[in-house]
Write a protein that binds this ligand. Sequence first.
Ligand SMILES: [Zn+2]
Length: 227
Amino acid sequence: MILMRTKTYEIGRFLGIGFSCNVYSLIHGDEVTLIDSGISASLAERLLEELRKIKASLKVKNLILTHAHLDHTGGAATIVEKFSPNVYAHFNEAEAIMEGDESRVLTFMFPYGYTPVKVTHVVEDGDLINLSSGDGLRVIHTPGHTSGSICIFDEKNKILFTGDTIFAHGAVGRVDLPTGDAEQLIKSLEKLSQLDVITFFPGHEEPVMYNASQEIKEIYNHIKMYL
Ligand SMILES: [Zn+2]
């Protein structure tokens, strides 16, 4: 389903069902950049089918993984096998994604297998991922939910993809899983609260379509008192 159109690309969402995350597809011409991959091979097959329905000639060029958890990476191997895209992940998550570290990928929490994938582009805070549409996606390192969690920011269109760092309606990512850290999460929320964001698309549940900066500031101010 297409959620939004910027001047240069469309944003589709493959809605997360069950524990699986939302997968966002940034579509320009025949090229797709995916943000996260869903929890399993079978859901990834359905995602690819949805893309074929949008346009049969679509090809996944980039796959950006916001962190290593299986509900975001379980479909990656299926997508890599089909399209061999560039695979992006933060330095702190890349090893877990490439080796399938059980405690970091959380295979013990979910009844699905994990097939490791090669991270072809290890990214760090401030890196820019260039799209063929001419747009740039800024990598924002937001540790807290995991040590290598990233948000992806289209500065020009003021659109933020937040992974499991922050959600609509005041929720934030869990900090009780391996490499989670409440203090780091608060610092990450402070960092996000300084961005000029209109819309944010989280890894689960519904997006915040308008006044996202206001919402992020409110979540930060609320959470820093309780975490
Ligand atoms: Zn997660």
